[in-house]
Each structure stands twice: as structure tokens, then as C-alpha cells.
Design a protein around this ligand. Structure first.
Ligand code: OOG
Ligand code: NI
Length: 458
């Protein structure tokens, strides 16, 4: 309606993220238990570590912490991916990064839909790790064509959601009541269905090919398969999980524990076995699980290369996929190799390993226009006029993602694909290019430097 004010996409995302969390808590009570545990742990950490609380207050992360979470879905066709991209765009979410999971034996490639500007992230950092099944990796032509036919028959968006996406595109946004209706309609795409669209035998065939293929092809929609809250101490939550009836996977994915966290550490609990009505019989399927994550500083290309090098060295030395039997040795190897990564923000900054944000201090603001005010950023930092804070990593890690997928599929699901990574094909399906996350971090860092300098100079 012309003249009606549009709700900001950031607010729609915030509302959607809350609605999704409520839906998932109703569907999977263990997610609620995990949320409570994470909230308790975060409160404890903030109370005992006043330094950390102060840092998070300065960057604003403390305000977004309670609503911070990511989810994941798996799609079956190019058309589904293109439409989900339009649906997420209504909420200000864009595809950032390209992740190829085939080297790890998972027949998908993926991106993460998320907000891209630090101010939008501040309103709602909600992200969705979105995978597209690579049907060309199904070896049997008969099974591949069965999968294609099954996927061609389904429609994962409600007519109401499709109409509102179009309206938002045409009008450049949605008014308040349309935005609310959009959230209700969009949520339907992510809902769990206890009934499948195939027979028990067809499900078995798909599942024998790869459990992930069955998870996508046998169902009416791309049910959200986990929602992940952000914790400030993942080791503490991991240790407390069994006491709350939650069994975590054997190893925490990502870098080892450090004083100055980098990138992303994640752990999950195993997928639940849930009853499913196939078209001809009762059975079960497991897809939905729980996960927690701890986020650290975003690394520059140089820092990321060092991270990849150390991770690979530790894994090579382990000589096997990390699992229950070698978890302790894996932890030791990781600690050992990561000695080579400076565990100190000043050093990381000097060596150009990580991205940072810059904030004027009280002292700096008081010294504005004074003759002895240092002229350069470095001078301002050493004089205590500027505080430097790590820029938080907003994305995912392919090796970790593969570990999370695998822990829920079981070792039996390990496959070996020779297919190449195919970003061009993914982007063609998506209908647009993916955004380079490193460019986003660089831009945020630059904006923060510029703003900080102009506040001190005005
Ligand atoms: C996605 C697994 C990846 C993460 O946090 O790395 C992921 C999936 O299982 O669909 O969510
Ligand atoms: Ni996840």
C-alpha cells in the first residue's frame, strides 16, 4: 500500500528468529534444555569475568547474545534455493560464503544466509546454514530419477509466503501486518512433518545411498534440523551437558580452547530417532539435533591460512577422523600445533592475523582538539585514546560443518566423492553470486577506524 511505512528487514528477521526458536522449542524439548543451560553458563561467565563483560559491552555483543543463534536446512533443487534466497532477502539476509562439503563425504554444497552490516547484525545476528543436495552424486540412474521426480512434485513454500515475497520485492518492503503474516507463512517451510512422501522401501533405498539424501527427498519440506545458541564458554557447557540428560559428541570442532578465542568452536548432541509415517508403513528417521557454539575473532586471509595449516597438521598427525576413541589425543595434538598461533590480541593485530574494531575511550574523547593529541591511529592506541576490540566471526567452517554433519549421520555414512567443488553451479542455482565474507570483515574494520577517527577529530 503506497504511503504505508515499511517494517525494516532487520526487525522482520528478529521476529522470525524468535518465532523459529519458539517453534523448535515446542518440537524438540532438548533444545529448550540446552538454551537454559547456555543462558545460565553465560550469566555465570559474565559475572566471574568482568573484563569480558566490559569488552562485550563495548562492541554491543552483550545485547545480542541472548537472541544469537543459527539454524540449518537442506534443500533439494535449484528452484528451492533461488526462492529461499528471495525469502531470506525479505528479512535482510544474504548468502555469504561458499562451503563445499563433498571432500568430507557429504553430498551437498552450502552458503550461510545472514545480515551483512554490523548494525543489522546488532539488531539480529540470526543465520541459516543452507545446503543444496548434489543429486548428480547419486550413482544409480534409476534412484536419481526417482529423487528428481519426488522433489519436482513438492512445493516447500506456502502460496501466502510466495505472494508476500513478491509484494516485498515490488513495493520495496512490507507494512506491519504483512510482515507479521510473512513470518507466520515463512515459518511453515521450516516445520517438521511426521509423515513422509515415500514408501518405507523407497526411504530405505534413498537412505542406503546416503542418509542425507533420504532426509531431503523423503519429506515435504526442509525442516529446520538444529538451532544453535551462542555460549561464552563451550567447554563448560559441554561438561555440564550429560548432567542435563544431553549426550554431546566426542570432540569440539574448530580451534582448541584459548585465552583469546578465534573463529568458531562447536559441539552438538546426537540426532533424535523420531517416528515417521511412510505412505505404506510406520518407521522412524533421525535428522534433528542440538548444537552450541562459541564465537571468537574473525581471521584475515593470512590468519585463516595459518589456522587451516595448523588444523590440517594436527589432523594428519592423528591419522584418523576424530572420534570417541582418539578424542584426548586429538585435543593434545590441537593444543600442541596451535602454540604457533599467537594467543594475544595485540600480537594478532601486529601480525595481521585478525580483524578488529576501534572505539574512542573516555580519555580519547576528553583529549579532542588538544595540542598533544596523537595524530596516528597507532599513537592514539598506545596513548589509551582508542580501545581495540576483536571483530567477531559471523560465519562457518567447512571442516567443522562436515564434523557436525558426520556426527549425526554415523560413521557408516562416510562416502567418497570425486566430484569437484562447483561454486559456479551453486551460484547459478541461487540466481546470484555469494558474498565474500572476508570483504565484509574488511569493510566493517575500515568503517570502525573511520568512525573512531572522526569522533576523536570533530
Ligand atoms: C548443517 C551442518 C553445518 C554448522 O554449524 O557448521 C552446521 C546441517 O547439518 O545441515 O550447521
Ligand atoms: Ni550448525
Amino acid at each position: 500500500m503506497p504511503g504505508t511505512a515499511h517494517v525494516s528487514p532487520d526487525e522482520i528477521r528478529k521476529g522470525f528468529s524468535r518465532a523459529m526458536s519458539d517453534m523448535y522449542r515446542d518440537e524438540v524439548p532438548l533444545y529448550g534444555a540446552l538454551m537454559t543451560l547456555v543462558a545460565q553458563t553465560n550469566a555465570q561467565v559474565l559475572e566471574s569475568n568482568t573484563g569480558l563483560a566490559e569488552h562485550l559491552r563495548r562492541t554491543g555483543e552483550i545485547e545480542r547474545l541472548d537472541m544469537e543463534r543459527h539454524g540449518a536446512i537442506r534443500l533439494g533443487t535449484a528452484a528451492e534455493l533461488a526462492t529461499i534466497s528471495r525469502l531470506f532477502a525479505v528479512m535482510g539476509m544474504q548468502p555469504v560464503g561458499y562451503y563445499d562439503l563433498t571432500p568430507a563425504g557429504v553430498p551437498v554444497h552450502s552458503t550461510a544466509f545472514r545480515a551483512v552490516h554490523e548494525q543489522s547484525l546488532q539488531t539480529s545476528p540470526f543465520r541459516v546454514f543452507t545446503s543444496l543436495l548434489r543429486l548428480e552424486l547419486i550413482e544409480s540412474p534409476a534412484l536419481r530419477s526417482f529423487a528428481e521426480t519426488a522433489l519436482a512434485k513438492r512445493s516447500i513454500f506456502t502460496p501466502g509466503a510466495l505472494a508476500l515475497i513478491e509484494q516485498a520485492e515490488t513495493d520495496g518492503g512490507l507494512g506491519a501486518s504483512d510482515a507479521e503474516e510473512f513470518i507466520r507463512q515463512a515459518l511453515e517451510t521450516f516445520r517438521w512433518h511426521p509423515t513422509a512422501t515415500v514408501t518405507a522401501a523407497q526411504y530405505r533405498q534413498l537412505s542406503d545411498q546416503h542418509r542425507l539424501i533420504a532426509d531431503v527427498v523423503a519429506f515435504r519440506g526442509p525442516h529446520i534440523n538444529h538451532l544453535t545458541p551462542r555460549t561464552l564458554d563451550i567447554d563448560q557447557v559441554q561438561a555440564a551437558m550429560p548432567g542435563h540428560g544431553i549426550t554431546p559428541k566426542a570432540v569440539i570442532e574448530g580451534p582448541p580452547r584459548r585465552k583469546c578465542p578465534i573463529l568458531l568452536r562447536q559441539t552438538s548432541f546426537k540426532a533424535l530417532e523420531e517416528p515417521i509415517g511412510f505412505t505404506d508403513a510406520q518407521g522412524s528417521h533421525s535428522a534433528r539435533f542440538g548444537e552450541i557454539e562459541q564465537r571468537g575473532v574473525a581471521l584475515t586471509p593470512k590468519g585463516r591460512a595459518l589456522y587451516d595449516q595448523l588444523l590440517n597438521a594436527a589432523r594428519d598427525e592423528l591419522g584418523a577422523f576424530p572420534n570417541e576413541s582418539n578424542a584426548t589425543r586429538y585435543e593434545q595434538l590441537m593444543e600442541q600445533h596451535f602454540q604457533a598461533f599467537p594467543d594475544d590480541h595485540a600480537q594478532m593485530r601486529e601480525q595481521g592475523l585478525a580483524y578488529f574494531r576501534y572505539f574512542p575511550t573516555e580519555k580519547g574523547l576528553a583529549a579532542r582538539r588538544k595540542s598533544d593529541q596523537p595524530r596516528t591511529l597507532e599513537g592514539l592506541i598506545s596513548a589509551g585514546h582508542v580501545a581495540v576490540e576483536p571483530l567477531v566471526y559471523e560465519d562457518f567452517l567447512p571442516v567443522s560443518a562436515a564434523g557436525i554433519f558426520q556426527s549425526n549421520l554415523g560413521d557408516a555414512a562416510q562416502s567418497h566423492y570425486t566430484a569437484n567443488s562447483n561454486k559456479a553451479e551453486f551460484e547459478q542455482a541461487l540466481g546470484r553470486s555469494t558474498i565474500d565474507e572476508l570483504q565484509l570483515y574488511g569493510e566493517t574494520q575500515q568503517r570502525s577506524m573511520d568512525e573512531c577517527m572522526s569522533m576523536l577529530r570533530e
